[in-house]
Design a protein around this ligand. Structure first.
Ligand code: SAM
Length: 442
């Protein structure tokens, strides 16, 4: 690994992002990229090139791959017209390439070295003359770098998560592309194209030679046949907008107390530590996945049947309280310090004292596979955690009607694919729908 940059990239970072592109996909990406264009490309750049497998196909005169990890190894039979440079691709000065092709690393901002991330975000922001969102995933920096490293009429063809077309943390990049009126073709790749990777992938081709600012969307099947679709949701509907919360009626994400294994106990664990319901624990819901889809109300009977008796983590410890019972203290003392060494617990003055939200009036699953999330009335005052969202608002509102309104909405046609057949509604997208519900029902 290149020495100066080495300190920023630990084994964790590399393990997360070293996913090789299957060779049939590399071949297809080249076919799509060359289609209708003058080939061979004179100079090709591949940022985060791994074993430089993109050099094995395509029509080009000179290929330059950049890779951070020298231990990665190179494909056998690399043509002599291919060279690989070692170092951080985002910190190198690279310019004037005809084409930037490849599959850049996917690394969430939480998993990046902060010093490196700030340095890179600052450098990219200077190059594109626009502010960069610090919540951006690494692949967005690589897309921006690809755009500034290619010629004025160059081409960028990258395998990146499909979500970039809609995520708020990628808005700066979409704005940069929009301001230049470059044309964008997004090919949504089929589920399972990367073994073990769940996020829906795309081939995104950005053509800097066309100044029409057009965006086209395509669906790709497992055998690489391609069909044009109306938009990112594959329907003619626009993606759901993101709205700030309105205090009259709003959604809130699930509580993240630190580690569900420590803060949410099963019935067996509760009994083992002699913790009392009410005094030491309260009901909580970490998933709606195992509930029948026609359930509309979370009642006490259903909570016992579907959570408590099935061994689900459904009791949230009340370590938010000032005064704790001796049983709860004994439980907290028994927690392995290594297991509670999470970023959330470290941030607190007392590692276990979280801030408990009020129980939501309605709960919904943020992930869903059919037309929309399951929505439940919260009759038992359960706290919602993790991927379960909550809906709050003024007491006077007709929550049953609001739940009914939400159940009738075709969310799937307004939300992009997240992973496999799963779609995911963001909290601020739910806020847009709640605004519509308020206008409609009150
Ligand atoms: C998703 S993998 C793809 C590898 C290869 N392009 C392929 O398609 O099989 C991303 C690659 O980027 C490399 N990488 C991560 N951060 C990098 C950086 N800052 N500069 C250069 N390469 C980097 C990783 O080591 C990894 O090999």
């Amino acid at each position: 690994m290149a020495h100066s940059a080495k300190r920023f990239f630990d084994g964790n970072y590399l393990a997360r992002c070293q996913v090789a592109t299957p060779l049939p996909l590399v071949k297809w990406v080249w076919e799509r990229t060359c289609q209708g264009r003058t080939v061979p490309f004179r100079s090709v750049l591949d940022l985060g090139c791994g074993d430089a497998r993109f050099a094995l196909y395509g029509a080009y005169e000179r290929y330059t791959g950049v890779e951070i990890d020298e231990d990665n190894g190179l494909s056998s039979n690399l043509p002599v017209k291919a060279q690989v440079l070692y170092g951080c691709a985002l910190m190198m000065s690279l310019q004037g390439y005809d084409l930037c092709i490849g599959n850049p690393p996917y690394v969430r901002h939480h998993d990046m070295d902060q010093e490196w991330q700030r340095g890179v975000a600052g450098a990219i922001s200077e190059l594109i003359k626009m502010p960069v969102d610090l919540r951006a995933n690494a692949y967005l920096y690589f897309m921006a770098k690809a755009l500034v490293s290619t010629r004025e009429d160059g081409l960028v063809a990258l395998v990146v998560p499909f979500e970039w077309v809609a995520r708020p943390s990628a808005e700066w990049l979409r704005r940069f592309i929009g301001a230049n009126r470059w044309s964008v073709s997004v090919y949504r790749l089929p589920d399972g194209i990367f073994p073990r990777v769940l996020t829906t992938a795309s081939l995104t081709i950005i053509d800097k030679s066309r100044g029409d600012g057009q965006w086209d969307y395509y669906d790709v099947t497992k055998d690489f046949s391609t069909r044009k679709v109306d938009g990112p949701t594959c329907t003619r509907h626009k993606t759901l907008a993101y709205s700030r919360r309105n205090d009259i009626l709003y959604a809130q994400r699930g509580l993240s107390p630190g580690s569900q294994k420590i803060f949410c106990l099963t019935e067996g664990e509760r009994l083992y530590y002699s913790l009392q319901v009410g005094r030491d624990v309260c009901p909580c819901v970490t998933s709606l996945r195992n509930l029948p889809s026609d359930f509309k109300i979370l009642s006490s009977g259903r909570f016992w049947e579907y959570y408590v008796s099935r061994g689900a983590r459904c009791w949230l410890i009340r370590s938010d309280k000032e005064s704790l019972s001796k049983e709860l203290k004994a439980y907290l003392d028994s927690v392995d310090p290594e297991k509670r060494d999470t970023a959330t617990c470290r941030k607190r003055a007392v590692w276990y004292r979280y801030k408990r939200p009020d129980p939501a009036r309605l709960m919904f699953s943020t992930g869903f596979v059919n037309h929309g999330p399951q929505v439940l009335e919260n009759r038992i005052g359960a706290v919602h955690l993790g991927s379960v969202g909550g809906i709050y608002g003024e007491k006077r509102l007709p929550y049953r009607k609001i739940a009914g309104y939400l159940r009738n909405i075709d969310f799937a046609s307004r939300i992009i694919h997240h992973a496999n057949s799963l779609r995911k509604i963001e909290i601020n997208q739910m806020n847009s729908v709640l605004q519509e519900a308020l206008d409609h029902l009150t």
